[in-house]
Design a protein around this ligand. Structure first.
Ligand SMILES: NC(=O)c1ccc[n+]([C@@H]2O[C@H](COP(=O)([O-])OP(=O)(O)OC[C@H]3O[C@@H](n4cnc5c(N)ncnc54)[C@H](O)[C@@H]3O)[C@@H](O)[C@H]2O)c1
Length: 343
């Protein structure tokens, strides 16, 4: 990666993935403008970057127009976990669709290259395993997940139409399950849930018998893939899958986390939710070919770093209020609670 002074806009820069991206871009010499409306993003994710004179933060909602001068745009703004994106589905869809239109319009005006953080959810409940980029997916357009899945699909369409119609330089990545430090503690994802439950010595909730498998990519690997995609020739647009094809059963994951945290937690089995999506596993052949990219961080190492991140947070929580009393959070106002949802 060269040390040129590229001016880079990161939407959703205060979120989990966005904050790691801002950090890497700064390390690579970019000037970074982080734009976020703090819907799920948090200042603490980026506060260690604020002293850097090449880092700037703007509170802004990308469903509104934005006029800035940059060379590159990474469009990450969008709540990513079902708990958060189902809280306000209309806003989720607006963020994906209006946000894409606004960011693509900006890219067109200022001739910037633009990256879209798309998702494996565009494959829906797939009939093809593992999923290759040529698979068109199997998405329910009417269900509670549609605001996210269809929003991201429409955003991909917009990206390709802006490219065909207006020659905008686009890069589309389909990101699979990613974990790591700065995941939102309340987002109900399996890795953060298990780690938090284990650190509290609470029962670890497993749906079904736990034999179902999942694949998880560590955030540093994802960021490397995103940067490599952005650096490809203008002729390569994607979409390209970025994820870790390694599989682990949910039960194995829980047992590993219990062992690594030295927890006294026991496994608590609950019925599998009806809409539990079948396993999604990335086929990363294209990323290997086009980006010379492959995930490097193995599960144990990634979990270690993530546990190190959550340990002081859970300890501080235990010290400041009675166990399990909870604090007001976005999910408290949800019609359904995370444990009733499928991830
Ligand atoms: N985490 C994953 O496993 C995963 C998987 C596939 C795709 N993605 C995609 O990657 C991107 C980042 O995901 P994440 O896990 O960091 O989620 P996140 O919720 O931590 O980050 C999203 C960020 O976008 C901001 N945001 C939301 N709506 C906005 C709006 N209208 N205007 C400005 N900012 C807004 C939020 O405040 C937050 O900072 C998302 O687009 C998501 O769809 C993530």
């Amino acid at each position: 990666m060269s040390f040129s002074r590229v001016r880079t806009l990161v939407t959703g820069g205060s979120g989990f993935i966005g904050s790691h991206l801002c950090e890497r871009l700064l390390a690579n010499g970019h000037e970074v403008l982080c734009v976020d409306n703090y819907y799920t993003g948090r200042r603490q994710n980026i506060e260690h970057l604020l002293a850097n004179p090449r880092f700037e933060v703007m509170r802004h909602d990308i469903t509104m127009n934005l006029y800035v001068e940059v060379d590159e745009i990474y469009n990450l703004a969008c709540p990513a976990s079902p708990v958060h994106y189902q809280f306000d589905p209309v806003q989720t869809l607006k963020t994906s669709v209006h946000g894409a239109i606004n960011m693509l319009g900006l890219a067109k005006r200022i001739k910037a290259k633009i990256f879209q953080a798309s998702t494996s959810e565009v494959y829906g409940d797939p009939h093809v395993h593992p999923q290759t980029e040529s698979y068109w997916g199997h998405v329910n357009p009417l269900g509670p997940r549609a605001c996210y899945d269809e929003g991201k699909r429409a955003a991909e369409t917009l990206f390709f139409d802006y490219h065909r119609q207006h020659d905008v330089r686009i890069k589309v990545a389909r990101i699979f399950n990613t974990y790591g430090p700065r995941m939102h503690p309340d987002d109900g994802r399996v890795v953060s849930n298990f780690i938090i439950q284990a650190l509290r010595d609470d029962p670890i909730t497993i749906y079904g018998n736990g034999e179902q498998t999942r694949s998880f990519g560590y955030v540093d690997d994802l960021i490397e893939g995103m940067l490599r995609l952005m650096a490809t020739d203008d002729g390569f647009l994607g979409p390209v899958n970025l994820g870790n094809p390694g599989e682990v059963s949910v039960r194995e994951l829980a047992e590993l986390i219990i062992a690594m945290t030295g927890s006294r937690s026991k496994l608590a089995f609950r019925p599998l939710p009806a809409d539990d999506p079948k396993q999604r596993q990335p086929d990363i052949t294209l990323a290997k070919q086009k980006l010379s990219w492959t995930p490097r961080v193995d599960l144990r190492e990634g979990l270690e770093r993530t546990i190190d991140y959550f340990r002081p947070i859970v300890a501080a929580e235990a010290a400041t209020r009675p166990a399990h009393s909870g604090s007001p959070k976005i999910t408290d106002r949800l019609p359904i609670q995370p444990e009733e949802m499928a991830f």
